[in-house]
Structures are given as structure tokens and as C-alpha cells.
Design a protein around this ligand. Sequence first.
Ligand code: FRU
Length: 481
Amino acid sequence: MKSEKEQQLIEQAYAEIEKYQDMVEKDYYRLHYHLMPPVGLMNDPNGLIHWNGVYHVFYQWMPFHTGHGAKFWGHYTSCDLVHWKQENIALAPSEWFDKNGCYSGSAIDNNGVLTLFYTGNVKDEHGNRQTYQCMAVSKNGIDFEKKGVVVTLPDGYTAHFRDPKVWKKGENWYMIVGAQSKSLDGLAVLFRSKNLFDWEHLGAIAGGNLNQLGDFGYMWECPDLFELDGQEVLLVCPQGLKAEGMKYHNVYQSGYFVGRLDYETAQFLHGPFTELDRGFEFYAPQTMLDAKGRRILIAWMGVPGQDEDKHPTIAHRWIHALTLPRELKLKNGKLYQTPVEELQMLRKDKIAYSNVTIANEEMMLEGISGDVIELNLENIRLLGGIMEIAIRNTARIIYNSGERVLTLERKSFANGLTEKRQCRLERLHSLHMFLDTSSIEVFVNEGEEVFTARFFPYKNNQTISFAANGHLVFDIQKWSL
Ligand code: FRU
């Protein structure tokens, strides 16, 4: 049962959806095949789980305005990762232990009970932060009952301690939490439990000034730890890294370490940190294992504090979206991300060309344009020079074969100036792009790199043009979605 206070908040949120539904739906920039909030602000994906044949995606949600605040957990379900249903609100910030936000967390199946772990964010009367790791349960996967606090803040950390991700290994449950040490290093902290209620604090398994890592930010958010191809991967979102060459240009970072976790000694020996995405808007990814054995990742297509108040969609009372679901594979110690194959269900009206040749010119291809499309360039052969794809006069993808650098440029929605994100790339052979009205996801070389971004082109500009100085040949397929 939900408390009266929680019911009340939920009703207020539904009223908000109703009040602004028309305004939200009239926005041209509403996406066509990405998850968005019905109104207000969406941030992190939470509680990803494939449960009894249904994919569940919960999300951080502020229904009452387009800024951050006391978050709810919204809820979507799907049988195929493509068609989604908005479910009842799962959690509202109603109790003493979560009154300033039901913050991020995860989901597990505990003997047929869908069990959520989340952070109860609390600010006391002086504005000081308190944090509680909490549990909520559901038998039907839709109606959740809060069970209260299961982990209180251990010694040695500040109250920036949140985002529990829980999984089972052998007989034990494990929980990894994003944390900040008293000396202001970001950390990932491990707990163990037999019964999901009593948790033993095993300490930080990774973090700034641990495991041969130097200073590495003042806070780590949204950790996720999972096994992939016989190794452990730790995803984290470090805050406070300085830009370095082509890396770390967003306000906050999101990436991973690959290593080996010794569950007995709680030691995690890991390699270097690698950014997960090279674009502008990508943060707080979470993964789930599905019944087909795939490790699927979904992230927030946004970054905290990165020009959030400048998004044009705010005029229509909503902001942000989630990325497409991506399947993860580990190849030579590097994570590859590819859009899940189910997305092919969306394809309509294929147009294809082979051996398109461009030599020192710019051209458009009949039928290759649009605002809600999938584009796949394969067998790219660039013999010297630079190639460029201009998308709706608002974004450009540029590969410089001499410098071996791939660039995503866009017109900033904050000030109209051109801004860019880049990565080194030895060779470019394919570009698989998903354009929605105001988002772009570019999967490079079968997921070796990914660029994710929002962009806001004019509705009536749907052109895509190709250019090369040098000699460029490729095959291309395009679908409307
Ligand atoms: C990451 C984050 C999490 C927190 C949540 C609050 O974007 O800051 O650390 O739990 O968002 O909405």
C-alpha cells in the first residue's frame, strides 16, 4: 500500500500530465522512437530489468517543472524494446527517508518479487543532505510498496552517497553505490547481503587515488558493475575531471573500467578509464541482462548542468530523453555498443545506393533526407582527404583521414555557435546513424565509438549532404522510422 502522502503526490503528478499534455504534444521536437517524460524533466534511467518477458525502464522524473528537484520514478514497459507503454508512477518522494527525491537505483527479481533499490534524498531544515538506500517491492511489477531504509551512510563518506545497483553472485547479493570520500575523491563502494535487508559494507573497490588511479574527480555517480565475456566492467560517472585533449569535454563524464573483481577480498584490479560516448549528451547509463543473454545499456541523453535551461523544448514544458537501447560486447578490452536488432522493426521505405562516389564535390542523394530516419553508410573508402556529412544544416560528421580524427559538430542550442566533440579513429569503415526530430546517435565502425547528441534543426530543413575533398566511395541505406 502507498501512504496517503504518496497517493497525493502521484495524483498531483497525473494532474500535471493532463494539464500540459496538449502543449507537450504540439512540440515538433518531441521524439518519435525514444523514451521521454510525459511532462517535466526526465533524467537517469533506473531499475532496468527484463522480468517475466517484459522490459522495465524506470526513470528519474520531475513532473512539476523542467528543472531538477524531488524526483519521482516514472515507469515504461515493453515486450520488444521498441514499443513502450507508460505505466503507473512507481515511486513518489513522500516519506521522511526520501522526501527530497526518490533518486536513482536499480531493480532485481527476488523470488518473483520485483524489488527496487533507490536512494532516498533528504535535506534537513538547514539544507544539509542526508542519504538513505531504500527498498520498494511489487508482486505485479506495476504497483510498488516502499519497505524503507536498508542501508544508512557508513563512516568515511560524505552524504554524496547514492545510486545503488544490485545484483546476485552465487549465494550473495551485492550492491555498488556511488560515493565521495571525506577527502573528496569519487568512489564506487561495495556491499554484500544474504537477505537484501542486512548489508555488510565491504568498502570502496575503485575510486580516485585507489588502484593506481590518481585524482579522478570529486564524486562518482551511477555505478554499474557486471560481468561480460569473463571480465568485470564497472561503469561510473565521475564528476570533476578536467578536459584533456579530445576527452572529457562535457560537464560530467561517463565511462568504464574493465578488470577482475575478487568477490572474497573485495579487490577490483582494473585498467584505465574509457569514455563510453563521444557526443554531447550522454550520462548515467545503466545496464540489464535480458533473457537472450544480452547486456543492454540505456543512458540519459542529457548531462546535469550542461545548458539544460537552454533546451528549446522547455517552451513546451518538457525536457530530455533516453538513448536507444544498445547491446554491449567486449572486444580486446573495449566496449562496443550497437543498437539492439529489434529496432529494425521500425524500418519503412528503404532507399539504397551502392558505390556512391564523391570526388572533390558536395552532393545530395535522391531520397536520402528526413527528420526521423535511420542511415547506414557501409564500406566507406576514403582515399585521402576529408569527408563530411551535413545533417539538416545543424550537425556535421567529419572524418579527416590524414589526422585520423572523427568529429561531430553542431550548432549550439545555447548560443548558436559551432561546437564539436572528437575522437581519434584509425580507420572509418561504417557510420550507422539514428536521427529523430531532435536527436542524433552515430554508431561508428559497428559500435567501436558512439556519438550521442541532441540537436534542434528547423522542421522544414530535412536535407542531408555529402562532401569530400579527396576520393570517397560508400554504400548507403536509408529507412524512414
Ligand atoms: C545523476 C544523478 C544521480 C541522482 C539522480 C537524481 O544524473 O545526479 O546521482 O541519483 O541524478 O535525479
